[in-house]
Design a protein around this ligand. Sequence first.
Ligand code: NDP
Length: 462
Amino acid sequence: MTAQNLPSEPEFEQAYKELASTLENSTLFQKKPEYRKALQVVSVPERVLQFRVVWEDDAGNVQINRGFRVQFNSALGPYKGGLRFHPSVNLSILKFLGFEQIFKNALTGLNMGGGKGGSDFDPKGKSDNEIRRFCVSFMTELCKHIGQDTDVPAGDIGVTGREVGFMFGQYKKIRNQWEGVLTGKGGSWGGSLIRPEATGYGVVYYVDHMIKHASGGKESFVGKRVAVSGSGNVAQYAALKVIELGGSVVSLSDSQGALVLATEEGSFTAEEIEQIAAIKVERKQIAELASTAAFSSKFKYIPGARPWTNIVGRIDVALPSATQNEVSGEEAKALIAAGCKFIAEGSNMGSTQEAIDVFEAHREANQGGAAIWYAPGKAANAGGVAVSGLEMAQNSSRVSWTREEVDSRLKGIMEDCFNNGLATAKEYVPSAEGSLPSLVAGSNIAGFTKVAEAMKDHGDWW
Ligand code: NDP
């Protein structure tokens, strides 16, 4: 079948074009023209599984959802990537996420291939029993296709430790094996310390390197005003780490609206973030808290909006941490106009291509403002899957590392991710005099070449 006969997959095509255009615009294909063939091969998943998930709601009705697992690439290790439970889930979204995951996992330096899965099941408004019955039914089929040396899923949007627990239990019952088949497990049954925090912490560690590199070591998060979107796992821990490092968090959001500081002073406190985390466990909306006296006296709630154009005062750092395509070209311009110099994606493909083009066009400082550092999700949010890789290592050797040990390895991996992207950009991406290196191109090229070389060794292309 030719590419023209394939169904339209807008999110996957966007992710593919973003990667392919950075490779094309570098010197990579001039130096290694054979990599064009590798790109063609790597962009087709090794396997796509789609299955029926039938479960019973509390009223005894039959409910039906679609289940998916995209086993995209196993050159570097078992397929690895999260499961997303959200009504928007379709094959295009999971292929985009699986594709990005291949190169992200390569950047961690650990032996993990790329995959992604999930369902169009909506956990919002469901009882615990309904969620358990759904997870059991989902895993009854998925367990035939995964295993600690084959494919190791984790959480993503809508999949927390609770869902991982229900799925792990069902895998164990059917396969009669206690093994590290999922990551993000509970602490007493094989989970790694720092896994819940890892993606958010990792984004902040990555940005810390951007800030230090940009300022020659003179600046840090201290005094920085940081706009965060989302209020789930990634956003919560990113926000808490920013506060710990001396920065101010000036916004959070969810799918229904944005909550921003009402004045130019202050920050969300760790206690306020804990309160938001508590309502998110119950899958409630920020709007409920925003209307309380304590929150309405300090914050402004804007229904149906994202934070970027609603921040009061200066922005130094932006961390999109909710979902894909959550920063438009216009919002990218507004962030820069508000003073933002550092953008790093906690979410996967958080920026539209138009937004990336705006950020990349500002790598030169001489356009009437400061130069912009933009880090794609593939590099900046790799901390989550990196600690998942560390969880797999602990499970295989039946040991548990301390918080300090895992955190210190996470810091080292994020530093390597930053330095690798930077060095690769300098080697392959032509930049104007005085322009910053392109972290997006550097990270794409570094991840891609590692996977392409392994695939060549395996005879996947020649
Ligand atoms: P959660 O489900 O914990 O939180 C998601 C947050 O994003 C919630 O605040 C949710 O709002 C909001 N959101 C979801 N969909 C939309 C939408 N269509 N429009 C606006 N807001 C939306 O997920 P995570 O924090 O785990 O994931 C967030 C992002 O980070 C995703 O892009 C994910 O792929 C990426 N990521 C996650 C990793 C992880 O380890 N968890 C690892 C690497 C990347 P509401 O509460 O109203 O639903």
